[in-house]
Design a protein. Structure first.
Length: 521
C-alpha cells in the first residue's frame, strides 16, 4: 500500500475517525480474478478496477476482457462502497450497479443490478440473469492512471473528415448473412450451399446479391501480419471465385478492435493490410463490428476509427460496401455516411422472436432523416425462416423492414427453406417497396392501442402498412386524407396480390401480430 494511504489511515486512527476513512483506502488500481463455470466450460476472467477517490465519493475505470467502462457515482460509507458502470459510448445509461466491502487489503465487489440498454424497456431493472459471483480484488498499485498495455496502444488517428460517397448501395443491400442461423458453425461448405440456394430458390432473381460471412472465419496472422482464415475456410479466394461464378458477391466481417465479438482476431493495427487482403481475395462487402474496440479507443475515436477502415477499403480500388456495426451508439446516423459507411446498425442484436423483432422494427421511427441512396439505417438482419415466429409475424418483419428501407439480409438456412418462407423472402412487390429508388425511409403515421400505420413515399405512389400488434384479429381503417395521401386510383394488397377497390378510406381485418401491406397509386 502506498505511503500516502498508510499516512491517511494512521491520521484517521489518531484523530479518532476509524470507520469511513478506512474505506478511502480503495484509491488505486486493483486486480480481480474470477473463475466462471458455464456448463462444461471453465472461464477465467481478469478485470482491472481503477478508483479515483474524492472525499467519500469516487469515479474510475473498469477494464474487462473486451471493454472499458467508466465507474461513476461511487460512494464510500464506512467499509462499504457502491458504484455504477457506464459504457462510455452510451454515456447517459448505467450498465450495472455494484456494491463492495473492504476487509483489510481485500475488496470484494458484486453486481447487484444489470440495466438493460436503452430501447429495451421490458428488461429494465431486471437483476442479473445468473446469480452474481462476487469478485475479490487485490490492490496492485496506488496509481489511478490507466496505462494501456503496449499491444493495445496506437498512434493518433487521422482527424475525422467528411468522405465523399463511394457510390455503392444506392438501394439497401440485399443478400444473406451466416450469423443468425449458423453462428460459429459457418464454413466454406455452408457458404457455397447458401450461394447455390440463393440461385435455385429464386432469391437471386428477386434481387439478393451478397453472401456474407459473419464472425468466426478468422484464423491467426502469418509472420508478415497477414490475416488468414481458420480451418473452416481453406481457400477464401477460391470461395470468392465460386460465389462470383454464381453471379453473386461475397461479404466478410471484422472489428476495429483487437478481437471480434466472438473472440476472434480483429483488424486493430492491421486495417490497411486487412483491406488489401480482402480485396485480393475478391471480397465485396465488409461488416465492421465494434466489439472490443472500446478497449483501445475512446468515444471521440469511434468516428475516425471507422473512417480509417473506410479509407483503407477505398485505397484498394475495389468497390466494397462498408457496413458499420456499433449498435447505434453516439448517434451514428448523423456521421455514419460521412465516415464512409453505406449502412449502420441502429440497435443491439435481433433475436428470432416477435418481441425482439417488433421492439427493434417499430423503434426505428424518427431515424428516417439519416437514410437515403448509398446510406441506410440497419435494424439488423432478418430472422425470417428461423422458426421462432409464425408466418404472419415473419410477414410483419419483412413488411416493416421494407417500409424502413432496411437492408434485406436473410439470416436463415437457405438450403433447407420451406416454400412459405421462400415466398415471403421473394415477394417481389414487397421487395420493390424496400428497393424503391427514391430511398426514403417510412415513418409511423398513426397509432392506436395495439395498431400502427406506417407510410413510405415511393418514387411512384406510396406503401402503407397496417400492423396489428395484438393477439386478436383487428379491424383497421385508414382514411387516406388523414395520412396525407391523395385518394388513390389503384390499391394493391402486396401479400394477397389482390386489388382493393379504391375509396376515401380502406378497412381491412389484420391477423394477430400480422400486417396488411398495400401499395397505393
Ligand atoms: C455482434 C453483432 C452480431 C454478430 C456478432 C458476431 O453481436 O451485433 O450481428 O455479428 O457480433 O460475433
Amino acid at each position: 500500500m502506498a505511503q500516502r494511504n498508510w499516512f491517511a489511515l494512521c491520521l484517521a486512527i489518531l484523530l479518532g475517525i476509524p470507520a469511513g476513512l478506512a474505506a478511502q483506502q480503495i484509491a488505486g488500481t486493483w486486480k480481480g480474478e474470477q473463475t466462471l463455470h458455464r456448463g462444461t466450460q471453465t472461464i477465467n476472467l481478469e478485470s482491472t478496477y481503477i478508483f479515483k477517490v474524492d472525499g467519500n465519493n469516487f469515479t474510475g475505470l473498469l477494464i474487462n476482457r473486451s471493454d472499458r467502462r467508466d465507474i461513476v457515482d461511487g460512494v464510500i460509507a464506512g467499509n462499504d462502497i457502491t458504484f455504477s458502470t457506464r459504457n462510455p459510448f452510451v454515456p447517459d445509461a448505467a450498465l450495472q450497479n455494484f456494491k463492495g466491502t473492504l476487509d483489510g487489503d481485500k475488496l470484494t465487489v458484486v453486481v447487484v443490478q444489470t440495466i438493460a440498454p436503452p430501447g429495451y424497456p421490458d428488461a429494465v431493472g431486471r437483476g442479473p440473469r445468473r446469480p452474481p459471483v462476487p469478485v475479490e480484488l487485490h490492490r496492485i498499485s496506488s496509481d489511478t492512471v490507466y496505462h494501456a498495455p503496449p499491444e493495445l496502444q496506437h498512434s493518433p488517428l487521422a482527424p475525422f473528415v467528411t468522405l465523399p460517397p463511394n457510390g455503392l448501395a444506392l438501394t439497401p443491400p440485399m443478400g444473406w448473412n451466416s450469423w443468425n442461423k449458423f453462428r460459429a458453425l459457418v464454413d466454406d461448405k455452408g457458404v457455397r450451399a447458401a450461394a447455390d440456394a440463393m440461385v435455385s430458390s429464386g432469391m437471386k432473381a428477386a434481387g439478393y446479391v451478397y453472401v456474407n460471412i459473419d464472425d468466426t472465419w478468422e484464423g491467426t496472422r502469418d509472420a508478415q501480419g497477414n490475416i488468414q482464415a481458420n480451418s473452416k475456410f481453406p481457400d477464401m479466394k477460391a470461395l470468392a471465385a465460386y460465389v462470383h461464378s454464381r453471379g453473386l458477391k461475397l461479404g466478410i466481417y471484422s472489428s476495429p478492435g483487437p478481437k471480434t465479438c466472438a473472440g476472434y482476431e480483429g483488424s486493430f493495427g492491421h486495417e490497411e493490410q486487412d483491406a488489401r487482403t480482402y480485396a485480393a481475395w475478391g471480397i465485396d462487402y465488409l461488416k465492421y463490428d465494434w466489439c472490443s474496440a472500446g478497449l483501445v479507443y475512446s468515444a471521440d475515436e469511434m468516428k475516425p476509427a471507422y473512417e480509417k477502415m473506410a479509407l483503407a477499403l477505398r485505397a484498394t480500388g475495389r468497390p466494397i460496401v462498408f457496413s458499420l456495426c456499433q449498435y447505434g451508439d453516439l448517434d451514428v446516423g448523423s456521421w455514419g455516411f460521412a465516415a464512409g459507411g453505406n449502412l449502420w446498425r441502429t440497435t443491439g442484436d435481433i433475436s428470432d422472436n416477435y418481441a425482439s423483432m417488433t421492439r427493434i422494427g417499430f423503434g426505428q421511427n424518427g431515424r428516417e432523416g439519416a437514410a437515403g441512396p448509398g446510406h441506410w439505417n440497419d435494424p439488423d438482419m432478418l430472422e425470417v425462416g428461423n422458426g421462432g415466429m409464425n408466418d404472419d409475424e415473419y410477414r410483419t418483419h419483412f413488411s416493416l423492414w421494407s417500409l424502413l428501407a432496411a437492408p434485406l439480409l436473410a439470416g436463415n438456412d437457405l438450403s433447407a427453406m420451406k416454400p412459405d418462407i421462400r415466398d415471403i423472402l421473394t415477394n417481389r412487390a414487397v421487395i420493390a417497396v424496400d428497393q424503391d429508388k427514391l430511398g426514403r425511409q417510412g415513418t409511423r403515421v398513426a397509432q392506436s392501442g395495439d395498431t400502427e400505420i406506417w407510410l413510405r413515399h415511393l418514387a411512384s405512389g406510396n406503401a402503407v402498412g397496417l400492423f396489428n400488434r395484438s393477439e386478436q384479429p383487428q379491424s383497421m381503417s385508414v382514411r387516406w386524407s388523414d395520412i396525407g395521401v391523395a385518394r388513390p386510383r389503384h390499391i394493391l394488397d402486396l401479400w394477397s396480390n389482390k386489388s382493393v377497390p379504391p375509396a376515401d378510406s380502406m378497412t381491412v381485418t389484420v391477423a394477430p401480430h400480422g400486417v396488411v401491406l398495400v401499395r397505393v397509386n
